[in-house]
Design a protein around this ligand. Structure first.
Ligand SMILES: Nc1ncnc2c1ncn2[C@@H]1O[C@H](COP(=O)(O)OP(=O)(O)O)[C@@H](O)[C@H]1O
Length: 479
């Protein structure tokens, strides 16, 4: 039985798993990219003490899985490049035994909200491409936000070795030491951590039994709070103030200019409440590079006024007190790595200063210093840094005290931090609910101990026998 108790996805198409799996492939169909991850099983599969490792990864060119909706042949071709690579990496005799899973995340959740038929067509079109490969295709589906949070938490704690560490007799006595997971994507963001406090809302509560230890986990996925959707919302707020179709935006470096179609901007369900009918069809964004003003605009998307629970993060969502250490990955890592802020010793105040300094730099200077970085990413680091700070501080409640508890993680032991590994571990039943039985001593140690105790016993018997005979000898001597 799968160990992830409340996640009811088991086998996507009710297909039995291949018997001699040594490899697994997971496709992460995100809002901005599809990534293909190839994993290899540890040699000692039976007692599961090895770690499944990522042996390769490939990012599909293009604009995410929804590009299948606009141009299936072109989207199919770029996916094929990564799948061809998987065929080169996995030995031919193992390919039929290799399961392939595709999980689509928030970009597809949004597309499904706009047009459910189109979302289904995209999945079946991608499925046809994947079926044309010699692997064991297990299905393509949109995973829930709750799953995305949970599998990300499982991935990082599995790779950090926390589950096994907690499963020994000493680990079971201690408070479980796991890392909370902070995942920032393009369209949604997830926060997941073990909470000692009661989880007041059923939909945020998960229970896992992993390697013989139980975990009560809090999770929430905020749709529309990924960094691309948050940027759209931030821009949409300014459209009513447009002057001759031009808006001044403090979240871009001064001197930066970008043209945006309002039709495209408004096409996202995340902007539903901000659409105005009088908006010009095109707007020009002009950066003014001001961290403080950017922060004020960004904070508008966090509604902190309503809460029907004892405490909330924002938008009326229950969140217990933050506990323990956290691993922040995906866009948290990409952005903080660019800004050189991943070192745990950097205080929250210094991080704010660094983002402020970056925002105040003229665009021309930034462009000159980083000519090789994709312009989309480079132009957005001021916004992204500000958004990350607001989300963590204003949204989730991190502060100067517990900032040091956040580690920004790209890879852990060679595998990317993200939900895909946890998804595959669950679907292939690689994490047992109970600890596999392992005898406390090896066979050799048992034999050694038996011999030792036998010799000890003979020695004791001999000593007793000799000491009982002694008086008689002495008596004889006296006579
Ligand atoms: N090197 C990078 N620098 C900045 N942002 C990046 C970089 N690589 C990816 N991103 C952005 O980080 C976010 C998460 O990326 P990814 O995990 O690929 O997203 P998703 O799964 O939402 O498509 C997206 O907004 C993407 O555009």
């Amino acid at each position: 039985m799968g160990a992830v108790a409340l996640i009811t996805t088991a086998v996507v198409q009710n297909k039995p798993l291949p018997k001699n799996m040594k490899y697994g492939i997971v496709l992460d169909a995100g809002s901005s990219h599809t990534s293909v991850y190839i994993y290899e099983w540890p040699a000692e599969k039976e007692n599961d003490t090895g770690v499944v490792q990522q042996i390769d990864a490939c990012k599909v060119d293009g604009n995410g899985i929804s590009s299948y909706a606009h141009d299936p042949p072109v989207a199919g071709l770029s996916l094929q490049k990564c799948m061809d690579k998987a065929r080169e990496v996995i030995p031919e005799q193992q390919q039929r035994e290799t399961p392939v899973y595709l999980g689509a995340t928030a970009g597809m959740r949004l597309l499904r909200l706009n047009n459910a038929t189109l979302a289904d067509e995209v999945l079946s079109s991608v499925g046809s491409t994947l079926r044309s490969y010699p692997f064991e295709f297990q299905g393509a589906r949109i995973i829930t936000g709750q799953e995305e949070g949970a599998y990300g938490w499982i991935t990082i704690n599995y790779l950090l070795g926390n589950f096994l560490e907690n499963s020994g007799w000493l680990g079971r006595l201690k408070q479980s030491a796991t890392f909370g997971a902070l995942d920032l994507g393009g369209a949604s963001t997830q926060i997941t951590f073990v909470s000692k406090k009661e989880i007041e809302s059923q939909e945020n509560s998960l229970h896992f039994r992993l390697y013989g230890k139980s975990y009560d986990v809090y999770t929430h996925s905020y749709l529309c709070y990924g960094k691309d959707q948050a940027l759209r919302r931030q821009i949409a707020y300014t459209i009513p103030d447009a002057n001759n179709s031009t808006i001044l935006d403090p979240c871009f470096n001064s001197g930066y200019r970008r043209n945006t179609s309002t039709k495209d901007l408004y096409s996202s369900p995340c902007i539903a409440q901000q659409r105005i009918s009088t908006a010009p069809s095109n707007i020009e964004i002009k950066g003014t590079g001001n961290y403080q003003l950017c922060k004020q605009k960004v904070e508008m998307i966090f509604n902190k006024t309503q809460c029907t629970y004892s405490q909330c993060s924002f938008n009326g969502i229950f969140q217990p007190n933050l506990e323990g250490e956290f691993g922040a990955f995906s866009a948290y890592y990409f952005v903080m790595d660019f800004l050189k802020l991943t070192n745990e010793k950097i205080s929250l105040e210094r991080v704010k200063e660094a983002v402020k300094t970056h925002c105040s730099r003229p665009w021309e200077e930034v462009l000159k210093e980083f000519p090789k970085i994709k312009e989309k990413y480079l132009s957005e680091y001021c916004f992204s840094g500000t958004y990350i700070l607001s989300l963590l501080e204003n949204g989730f409640g991190f502060n100067s005290e517990n900032w040091k508890d956040i580690s920004f993680l790209g890879k852990i032991k060679g595998s990317d931090a993200g939900w895909t590994l946890g998804y595959m571990l669950n679907l292939t039943n690689m994490i047992p609910a109970e600890l596999p039985y392992s005898p406390p001593l090896s066979h050799g140690s048992y034999i050694g101990l038996m011999v030792f105790f036998s010799i000890l016993l003979v020695f004791i018997i001999l000593t007793c026998w000799l000491s009982l005979r002694k008086p008689k000898c002495l008596q004889k001597g006296i006579i």
